[in-house]
Design a protein around this ligand. Structure first.
Ligand SMILES: Nc1ncnc2c1ncn2[C@@H]1O[C@H](COP(=O)(O)OP(=O)(O)OP(=O)(O)O)[C@@H](O)[C@H]1O
Length: 427
């Protein structure tokens, strides 16, 4: 009855027996409904096409020619922008170097080291991102307290923003505080140029050189035993995970986990260095510099220039395990650095190295799951490593007969040879 009433109202001005009126009402429905259906389908098709093209374009982003990628956007462990805890004291409004140094030296008063306490004898280690890195001695009054330290010297002449950046990095170390598996800041000299950042000396140098030295017949050098067992690989790996957990607790991540960014002591204490990207995440919430990271260590989301986070570090940790168990072989030796993304997109990962147990290989593969969320968390990985370490071989020494030719290594790994600070010679 109600339907009949409504219909009568819509046919206002016509009598129900009027055939012409009823015919025109039916035509109205016949036109509108298909128009809506076709229009809706076209819009849905358009959206699907747009998403498809967008995805394709992202995949076609060609990596850097040298096998290094431009910095992708980044996010913290929960997808949020990187942490900004702790204010950045460096006075960005200062317009002259003198006033900038005056203000910041006051802020860094507790860290200042008198320059005359530093030896003038400098041993060059390498050129870092801000300038040269040297080893020297510090004599803090009491000769018994003299010790080796590492100096990061800001290159000269430095522009105002480079000075601000360097001072910010010093404050970043201060913000991080102490952790046994992170390189420690000893102090700084910033009352005038050249600016120094003074770090503890992790005497045995980087893990990559250590791994290469383990290939040689020498058993010990400078008190360090150049032998590595499977159990020790887990021991070093666990320390790196602890350092990453520490960064994660500050809403940060490392962004460049690799053997070249780990320093090693005689007792196999491992310390994470190369904190430049973590510093950028801290201050900018993203990576803004033109810093480049070798492609073969990067997770797919970084290669695709999508957001990066701690799960990207987990992918790189898998590569680090590979580096350790192969005593410093370049990852994916058969793949050119610039083809790595296509290689991964075909679902390929690295084969199990002959020196690697199935247990360790399974761990690596879990780090290399395409989807970030499917990779283990730091906590899970830590407990897997602990379990694996309990039954790991502590006797058999890992052996790889071929010596490394650094130039060749750099080409296969997609790293510029000058950025490697190896203390290793094949002679
Ligand atoms: N505290 C240290 N003890 C011993 N060697 C060190 C120390 N710090 C740095 N090095 C050496 O210098 C190399 C480069 O260090 P690092 O990656 O920290 O430099 P950087 O270019 O300033 O990095 P970033 O800009 O990422 O902080 C290391 O691989 C290592 O050989």
């Amino acid at each position: 009855m109600g339907e009949e009433k409504g219909r009568t109202q819509s046919l206002k001005g016509c009598s129900l027996s009027d055939k012409l009126c009823i015919i025109s009402h039916q035509q109205y429905e016949i036109i509108i409904i298909p128009v809506f259906l076709v229009g809706g389908s076209l819009i849905i098709l358009g959206v699907i096409l747009w998403l498809f093209i967008r995805e394709k374009r992202a995949q076609q982003q060609t990596p850097g020619l040298q096998g290094t990628a431009p910095a992708p956007p980044v996010r913290g462990q929960n997808g949020e922008a990187g942490g900004r805890e702790g204010s950045v004291f460096v006075p960005l409004k200062e317009t002259s170097v003198e006033s900038l140094l005056q203000t910041s030296t006051r802020a860094l008063a507790k860290l200042q080291i008198p320059r005359d306490q530093l030896s003038e004898v400098l041993e060059w280690i390498c050129n870092g991102s801000c300038g040269a890195i040297y080893r020297t001695k510090i004599y803090p009054g009491d000769p018994a307290k003299s010790k080796d330290v590492v100096l990061k010297v800001l290159k000269e002449p430095a522009r105002l923003h480079e000075i601000q950046d360097f001072l910010g990095r010093i404050q970043f170390y201060q913000f991080l505080g102490k952790h046994q598996n992170l390189v420690q800041l000893e102090g700084c000299c910033t009352e005038g140029e050249p600016l120094y950042m003074v770090l503890e000396d992790v005497a045995q140098g980087d893990l990559l050189s250590f791994l290469w030295n383990c290939r040689r017949d020498v058993m010990t050098m400078d008190g360090l035993l150049y032998d590595l067992t499977e159990k020790q690989v887990y021991h070093i790996g666990k320390q790196v995970l602890l350092a990453l957990e520490f960064l994660q607790s500050k809403h940060l991540f490392h962004g460049d986990v690799a053997a070249r960014n780990i320093l090693i002591q005689c007792d196999l204490t491992a310390k994470l260095c190369g904190l430049g990207l973590a510093y950028e995440v801290h201050t900018q919430g993203t990576i803004t510099s033109t810093n480049t990271v070798p492609l073969k260590w990067l997770a797919p989301e970084r290669l695709l220039l999508r957001s990066a986070g701690i799960r990207g570090d987990i992918w790189s940790f898998g590569i680090l395990l590979y580096e350790m168990v192969t005593l410093g072989a370049p990852p994916y030796p058969e793949v050119p650095p610039t083809s790595i993304l296509q290689h991964l997109q075909r679902g390929k990962t690295m084969k199990r190295p002959s020196s690697c147990t199935q247990t360790m290989y399974n761990l690596m593969k879990s780090c290399w799951r395409w989807k970030e969320d499917n990779r283990p968390s730091l906590r899970e990985l830590c407990s897997c490593l602990e379990t694996a370490s309990r039954t790991a071989d502590d006797k058999a020494v890992l052996q790889v007969p071929e010596l490394v030719v650094p130039k060749l290594y750099a080409a296969v790994a997609g790293i510029s040879v000058t950025s490697l600070s190896y203390s290793y010679s094949i002679l």
